[in-house]
Design a protein around this ligand. Structure first.
Ligand code: G3I
Length: 391
């Protein structure tokens, strides 16, 4: 069987296919993410408005050739889809176009996100007279619950049967180490006003609006022991109340040193003990100097990596970390059903200074792309003789 061509050759072939917006077929066709991992999990990517509107034609070619699932980077967030109170409060245009894009290209469409403390307009947490809603006031609590109910009914209902997975609640857990005793994030107005009830109601109402949709709890840094413990406490408490939480989203905004392969493996094993599918929902790996300090105390290791030339060392380390992460994902493929990158290329990324994705700003695959493809388990062809010998 023909050996896979070198990274450079495949990169060139892929670049041609992307820039010409036409796939390359035949023995020299470059490996794609969705084909390489087709027996493991779906491969997703978060897309932005220019891609949804098909203005970024190179981006669209890459999305369509590499991925079979999409997430909306911003267009379904409350501030985008429901910016105003009242009967004329919704702007569905971009979200409608996003769902239509996914259907046109036969991709699984994910919704992101229904209840989050960020990118939610201030009016949601204010009374009509402008004062902040208070958790100590029963009438205020009811105002916020009614708003959440109406929002979920409207948005989930509109895309019923078309959006297959919703991030129902996003980032509700507290950060911090063992000394942090609150399970939920106290700075969130949802938590401050409603406590855990907003999570329970959000899942129940989303389930009522679309009983077939996979409903996900989504958070970041849940690899870390203390936050992971909080996740497990929260989800077990929801499960005890028969709240329809159906999948765990692990965002996985990583850097070059974090999570380590051991930590990733341990976290996936622990999270899988909840008995729910795991989705890697917002994968990227920050390779900027500053990005290392965000998640890891190992500044010395980062300084050394700059010694051999910042860019090539960063590319190499990025490839190593992506290889590590994907080996862990493949080892846990029984539980992982979807792996989604948070952005198409480095230039689109919210962490663009950290060149965190598999494709550079010109849509070209980086060594990290090759490392991900190599992390796949080889598919062993079952020949007639090996079949015979198995009997
Ligand atoms: O809304 C304005 C728009 O009117 C203006 O044209 C544009 C000009 O730059 O700015 C727009 O807002 C930006 C918005 O993205 C849409 O592009 C915000 O300033 C910017 O802060 C916002 O960033 C998004 C961020 O969430 C906000 O929290 C990122 O694109 C998005 O990648 C990021 O995604 C989050 C996930 O939803 C949840 N998990 C963490 C992840 C990374 O922060």
């Amino acid at each position: 069987m023909k050996k896979l061509s070198t990274f450079t050759t495949r990169a060139a072939a892929l670049a041609v296919s992307v820039l010409a917006a036409a796939p390359v077929f035949g023995a020299d066709a470059p490996a794609t993410l969705k084909d390489t991992f087709q027996n493991d999990f779906l491969m997703g990517v978060a897309i932005n408005n220019r891609q949804i509107m098909e203005e970024d034609t190179n981006g669209v070619a890459l999305i369509v050739s590499q991925y079979n699932a999409i997430s909306p980077e911003n267009v379904m967030k409350w501030e985008a889809i429901h910016p105003r109170a009242g009967t004329n409060g919704y702007d569905f245009g971009p979200a409608d176009a996003y769902v239509a894009f996914g259907e046109k290209h036969h991709m699984m469409v994910v919704g992101h996100t229904l209840a989050w403390h960020s990118q939610t307009p201030a009016w949601v947490f204010r009374a009509d007279d402008g004062r902040q809603l208070q958790g100590t006031n029963e009438a205020d609590r009811q105002i916020l619950l009614d708003r959440l109910h109406e929002h979920i009914q409207t948005v989930v209902g509109r895309y019923k049967g078309r959006v297959k997975v919703w991030d129902v609640v996003n980032e509700a857990l507290s950060d911090g180490g063992e000394n942090e005793t609150n399970v939920l994030r106290r700075q969130s107005p949802w938590v401050r006003i409603l406590g855990q009830e907003f999570i329970e109601k959000a899942f129940q109402w989303a389930h009522e609006a679309d009983p077939d949709c996979i409903l996900r709890y989504n958070d970041y840094s849940i690899e870390n022991g203390p936050k992971r413990k909080r996740l497990i406490t929260l989800i077990k408490s929801l499960q005890a109340k028969h709240i329809p939480v159906m999948a765990i989203g692990s965002q996985t905004h990583a850097n070059l040193n974090w999570p380590t392969p051991q930590l990733e493996d341990e976290a996936l094993t622990d999270i899988a003990s909840l008995g729910l599918p795991i989705h890697i929902t917002e994968l990227d790996v920050d390779s900027s100097q500053r990005g290392q300090r965000n998640q890891s105390a190992d500044v010395a290791a980062n300084a050394q990596s700059g010694g051999g030339g910042q860019v090539s060392a960063a590319d190499q380390k990025l490839a190593e970390q992506y290889g590590n992460l994907f080996r862990a994902f493949v080892n846990h493929r029984k539980d992982i059903k979807l792996v989604t990158f948070w952005g198409v290329n480095d230039r689109d990324s919210w962490r663009r200074n950290g060149n965190p994705l598999l494709f550079d700003g010109n849509w070209q695959p980086k060594p990290a792309f090759d490392a991900v493809i190599k992390a796949a388990k080889p598919v062993i062809a079952t020949t007639a003789s090996s079949k015979d010998s198995a009997h």
